[in-house]
Ligand binder design. Structure first.
Ligand SMILES: [Zn+2]
Length: 180
């Protein structure tokens, strides 16, 4: 017995065998599931937990996501998450990232691809940050002509029209294997 589907409240293990893990609770005697999902048993750590498809598409604090900018406002961007820790998700869950403190006019544009780190969940909103050097814009285009751009110090410059623009670039900007 290593994997089985369980219903909320259903017993998955005895407390003397395992410790309660993700999506479980203990009733003083047994470990029970808090949701419909697959029971998994970590025999080394002696942890019993329950997983489902949906929980995999909601990132945890500290997870890194790659997504597409859906809205870019003065103080924040909203990003539709495409990958969590390099694994494709199909839920289109959004997170927001505050950008006001960066003092850049165009931290990221709509349709840019960005890498972010999840910092917290508040009232059902997922908040992310791009305040580390490997976080930020992975792919962008010229704001004027949608031409291809290249990195020029802290900015990007358009190959077509020469327009300079600021972005919060990831140190992985321009690499095609950023999903690794
Ligand atoms: Zn251009």
């Amino acid at each position: 017995m290593s994997q089985e589907f369980k219903l909320p409240g259903e017993k998955i293990a005895f407390l003397e065998e395992y410790l309660p893990g993700e999506n479980t609770f203990d009733d003083g005697e047994s470990i029970r599931s808090t949701m419909i999902g697959k029971a998994e048993f970590d025999k080394e750590e002696r942890i019993a937990l329950v997983k489902n498809e949906k929980s995999n598409s909601i990132p945890k604090i500290g997870d890194e996501i790659v997504g597409i900018v859906e809205a870019a406002l003065g103080s924040m961007i909203a990003v539709s998450m495409q990958y969590i820790n390099g694994i494709k998700v199909n839920s289109n869950v959004e997170c927001i990232c505050a950008t006001r403190h960066m003092r850049k006019k165009n931290v990221a544009l709509v349709k840019d691809i960005v890498k972010l780190k999840i910092i917290n969940h508040i009232n059902g909103t997922i908040h992310a940050s791009m305040d580390e050097s490997h976080l930020g814009v992975l792919f962008t285009k010229c704001r004027k002509c949608f031409g291809e751009v290249f990195k020029d110090r802290d900015s990007v410059k358009c190959k077509e029209c020469g327009w300079f623009d600021d972005r919060k670039l990831s140190s992985d900007f321009g690499k095609s294997d950023f999903l690794k």
